[in-house]
Design a binder for this molecule. Structure first.
Ligand SMILES: Cc1cc2nc3c(=O)[nH]c(=O)nc-3n(C[C@H](O)[C@H](O)[C@H](O)COP(=O)(O)OP(=O)(O)OC[C@H]3O[C@@H](n4cnc5c(N)ncnc54)[C@H](O)[C@@H]3O)c2cc1C
Length: 811
């Protein structure tokens, strides 16, 4: 066994084997994998091992495509061929029009990744899968490349290739402890000796938290028991002359694939069961949980009705094993928050199909710092600190129960809520607020017109359309008040603060006391890493000079890690998170200044407190920090309040606002208004796949600065020219917004993808942002949006059609 290597991957299931192989592919061959037992002895060995291409966003589709291509290549390797039924096809069933709408959108989205799903009717479903009945069926989504693979052979093939490239694999070598050194390197302690290394990777499947504990980390991953059974031979299958496609059923929560001449059917029962919550027997190796088919009777019936041939077929084997879930169903693949040189690839609930792709994206992150796709949807830092064992388990149960039911737009599932609240949450609830969840925070979406208001789940504009319109109208004409909780807020202090920030941001960072600026952080490849406001708060009785760094609600761990990684040892810079201590009340509208003047001492005139200013003050008798910034396009103030004073400030503002028609508005109104102003959202429109010039942010880049993170890479990109350009679009459709990922077409060619969209109530337009081929980015260019199955006209318009001269914000 080596005593020193570059990377130690812990765990020899699909996650670990794929990571090891892909590290060698990215050029790092001095790498090892340690496995406590034999390879695949965790969950991998007993997997149903279906490999599908379906994903809810382009990153997931892209990584699954990588798996499929890789597995096909492995299957065809004459030196070590493996069993892979590639291209049996698969159908996701639907019995509601709303599900079909979703499938049409996902087909449009996948087309941008060169993946061609087909939305088919019920008769066509039955044509392609001769065992199914069409009762209670409208149609489905056809995924032509679905199949299944031998999971043990797959892992052996990956490990074999990795070994050939120079990697080493140590079996029967349990990791017992991890120590990190001052220089951030690690020692991995095993039963057979220690290995020093630069980087560790946790790929431990359901034992994720045993290894997490060795580095003092709790990962939000829970295990559920999951069952499938194998049937005896079914004559219809034998006679069909072709293999049965896979089935996924959101109506009755099961999946099904062919196994020999019978079927393998797996269930996601409502009466489901967590596993290993209080620790896992160390001897649970190559093991299964006891069969419990009684638990799945609710879903069994649906499967039998859909495939009547099952009624006369015996079951010969039942498999019940642990499967891991995170709190949003997507795995955790990337850097471990708060740790240096530590990565994970955990929480895989469809790890055989996805594992090839996840290992690929992880290896890229380890070797190059970033992957070819934006990986936020699988980033371990997307949850910040509220995800204990209980919350994770509650979300895991909910996800398991809804395995094949995709989230509709604006659907808020109820498990583990409320997790993060402010003193205002119950007050807003009493005012009729509907809440959405932003990184665990209960954030007001809109005020319900009636207590029993329940909009339909749909991809079309729903019953909230008029509600949001009236909140926007009140912001436009009077004044509105909105709570923005969980907004990420760092306080940065120290003599070198501005020099440090100057290096981190690609543009000008204001140093003027009392001023606020917006800026962008790039990664080492010159791509968009983050977006933040910088507010320079002058010294006062509340503290010395300090900078408040504000960014998206989920960005706390991500941004904290990024800033810390770039801080030099000799720099006097200190970062403290205020995210959980402060809440923002946004007051927006032409009468906002009158309200502020009525409840806060001082001169709030445009001359004394112009746009992009920050000032400490009192609202009523409570401390607050006010910034004149606007995401809505109206005159607006962000009022930052310590949570202890939040209710008092709220009461003071409501009282002062009563005479000016103040009403509440929520995040849906904000979303509509920011589209009209040309403002972008981090991780919707601001992605690591594009540089700031491609994203239309050239005014925020100062190439003549001596240096900033990503500068040299950006210079190279500038020479090479843009690959895509962000544009604003006007969509000729009044019944549904454009959704992220949907394809923009010209002559059957995909020329771009939507990043976000919404109706602009003040301009009366259906608006969207999209990344398109640069030659299609001129204003007036017309293209077709593949929109829920229809081709709809989309035209490039000037970004920010509402009040383009910014007169209202500056008023
Ligand atoms: C019944 C069932 C059916 C499934 N069907 C499908 C399907 O059809 N398609 C699909 O894509 N997915 C399916 N899955 C899920 C899929 O099997 C898993 O996502 C995948 O196998 C997880 O792989 P892994 O490498 O993350 O974990 P594991 O396979 O559990 O591997 C983790 C490894 O880490 C090792 N380890 C743990 N602790 C230590 C330590 N201290 N030191 C060293 N090594 C350690 C373990 O021994 C183990 O080998 C199914 C799961 C179940 C339970």
């Amino acid at each position: 066994m080596k005593s020193r290597t570059k990377v130690v991957v812990i765990g020899g299931g699909i996650a670990g084997c794929s990571t090891l192989y892909h590290l060698t592919q990215e050029g790092w061959t001095d790498v090892v994998l340690v496995e406590r037992n034999e390879l695949t002895s965790g969950t991998t060995w007993h997997s149903a091992a279906q490999v599908t291409n379906f994903g809810m966003n382009q990153t997931m589709v892209g990584l699954k495509t990588h798996s499929i291509n890789l597995y096909q290549e492995l299957a065809c390797d004459p030196d070590y061929p493996i069993n892979y039924h590639h291209g049996d096809g698969g159908i996701r069933l639907a019995n509601t029009e709303a599900q079909m709408q979703g499938y049409r959108h996902f087909a449009s989205m996948a087309r941008g990744m060169d993946v061609h799903f087909e939305v088919i009717d019920a008769a066509e479903c039955a044509q392609r899968h001769p065992l199914i009945s069409t009762s209670n069926l409208i149609g489905g989504l056809w995924d032509p490349l679905d199949g299944d693979i031998d999971p043990a052979q797959l892992c052996q093939a990956l490990a074999r290739r990795a070994r050939k490239a120079g990697a080493e694999v140590y079996r029967n070598t349990p990791v017992t402890a991890l120590s990190q050194h001052k220089d951030d390197t690690w020692t991995v302690h095993t039963e057979h000796g220690d290995i020093d290394c630069d980087i560790v990777v946790n790929a431990c499947g359901y034992r994720v938290n045993e290894v997490g504990a060795m580095m003092n980390v709790h990962h939000p991953v829970s295990s559920m028991e999951h069952q499938y059974f194998l049937t005896e031979e079914i004559s219809e299958i034998k006679e069909a002359g072709h293999r049965m496609p896979l089935l996924r059923c959101p109506i009755s929560d099961y999946y099904c694939r062919q196994e020999k001449n019978g079927l393998l059917i797996g269930f996601y029962e409502q009466n489901c069961k967590t596993w290993g919550m209080d620790g896992i027997d160390p001897n649970f190796v190559n093991a299964l949980c006891p069969d419990d088919l009684d638990r799945v009777t609710d879903v069994l019936e649906g499967a039998f009705e859909r495939m009547p041939a099952l009624m006369k077929t015996g079951i010969h084997t039942v498999v019940n094993g642990p499967i891991t879930y995170t709190i949003d169903g997507a795995p955790l693949v990337g850097p471990i928050p708060g740790k240096r040189n530590a990565f994970c690839i955990i929480g895989l609930r469809a790890g055989i199909g996805e594992g090839g792709g996840h290992g690929w994206l992880l290896a890229q992150q380890i070797v190059h710092g970033e992957a070819c796709y934006d990986t936020w949807c699988i980033d371990p830092r997307r949850f910040t600190g509220h995800t204990n064992v209980e919350l994770t388990a509650l979300k895991a149960i909910e996800d398991y129960q809804n395995e094949f039911r995709f989230h509709f737009p604006h659907e808020h599932r109820p498990a583990a809520r409320p997790a993060k609240t402010t003193p205002l949450t119950p007050i807003l609830a009493a005012e009729g607020a509907e809440f959405t969840v932003v990184n665990g925070w209960e954030r007001m979406e809109y005020v319900k017109p009636a207590p029993d208001f329940h909009p339909s789940l749909s991809f079309h504009f729903d019953e909230t359309f008029d509600v949001v319109a009236s909140e926007v109208a009140n912001v436009q004409n009077n004044v509105g008040l909105c709570e923005v909780n969980g907004f990420n807020r760092f306080e940065i202090t120290g003599a070198d603060t501005h020099d440090f920030l100057d290096r981190m941001f690609c543009g000008h960072v204001t140093r003027k006391p009392g001023k606020v600026g917006l800026g962008y952080l790039l990664n080492d490849m010159g791509m968009i890493k983050g977006e933040a406001t910088i507010a320079n708060i002058p010294a006062s009785y509340r503290g010395d000079d300090r900078v408040w760094y504000g960014s998206a609600a989920a960005a706390e761990f991500h941004d904290m890690d990024w800033l810390h990684q770039h801080m030099r040892d000799d720099e006097d810079v200190h970062i403290k998170s205020l995210t959980n201590d402060q809440t923002i009340l946004v007051m927006a509208g032409p009468k906002a200044r009158e309200v502020l003047t009525a409840c806060s001492r001082g001169d709030w005139s445009a001359a004394a407190f112009p746009w992009l200013s920050v000032r400490e003050c009192f609202i009523g008798f409570s401390p607050a920090t006010v910034m004149s910034v606007s995401f809505s396009g109206e005159l607006a103030y962000e009022i930052h309040v310590p949570n202890a004073s939040l209710y008092a400030v709220y009461l003071a503002l409501r009282e002062a606002g009563a005479a000016h028609g103040m009403k509440l508005f929520g995040s849906r109104a904000v979303e509509s208004m920011r589209m009209e102003k040309g403002f972008l959202h981090w991780k919707a429109d601001l992605l690591t796949e594009f540089d700031p010039f491609e994203t239309g942010l050239s005014r925020f880049v100062k190439m003549d600065k001596p240096n900033f993170v990503g500068k040299s890479a950006l210079e190279e990109r500038l020479k090479a020219g843009s690959h895509k350009k962000l544009v604003s679009l006007k969509i000729d459709c009044t019944h549904a917004p454009a959704y992220a990922g949907a394809s923009l077409m010209e002559d059957k060619e995909v020329i771009g993808s939507i990043s976000s969209g919404d109706w602009g109530h003040r301009v009366g337009l259906n608006l969207a942002y999209a990344f398109v081929n640069p030659d299609k980015s001129e204003i007036g260019t017309v293209m077709a949006l593949d929109h829920l199955g229809d081709m709809v006209r989309a035209e490039v318009i000037a970004t920010g059609p509402y009040d383009p001269s910014y007169e209202r914000i500056r008023a």
